[in-house]
Design a protein around this ligand. Structure first.
Ligand SMILES: [Zn+2]
Length: 117
């Protein structure tokens, strides 16, 4: 987002500044200058075209200005390395076997991994 914001700022020739705010970029206009969407749109589009996830970006024109939204912000802690269990499931820590039933999991561990309880 910072890279996109700096590209937008560069593309505006000093008429405005792009500010990163959470997962949005707000295009802040300098007083007296009205930045048309046409000035921002091509900068955003060319940036987005180089990304791996172009569908995560969207451009919104509101009364307060031009806002670039980004939907694909990874959650803190690097969720890509965490394998999430489907809700309600228990997982065998030895082989990854999934079941909804705790007793089933115990039976599985006993049978599959020969752990005597
Ligand atoms: Zn197992």
């Amino acid at each position: 987002m910072l890279a996109l914001a700096s590209e937008i700022s560069d593309g505006l020739d000093g008429k405005g500044v792009a500010i990163v705010k959470n997962d949005e970029i707000l295009v802040d206009q300098m007083s007296g200058s009205k930045i048309p969407v046409e000035a921002v749109k091509p900068v955003v589009e060319s940036f987005v075209a180089r990304r791996k996830d172009p569908t995560n970006y969207s451009l919104e024109v509101s009364k307060s200005g031009i806002i670039v939204h980004y939907k694909g912000l990874p959650k803190a802690g690097g969720k890509e390395t965490i394998r999430r269990l489907p809700p309600g499931f228990l997982q065998c820590s030895l082989c990854g076997f999934l079941t909804k039933d705790e007793e089933h999991l115990i039976v599985h561990i006993r049978l599959a991994h020969e752990v005597i309880r």
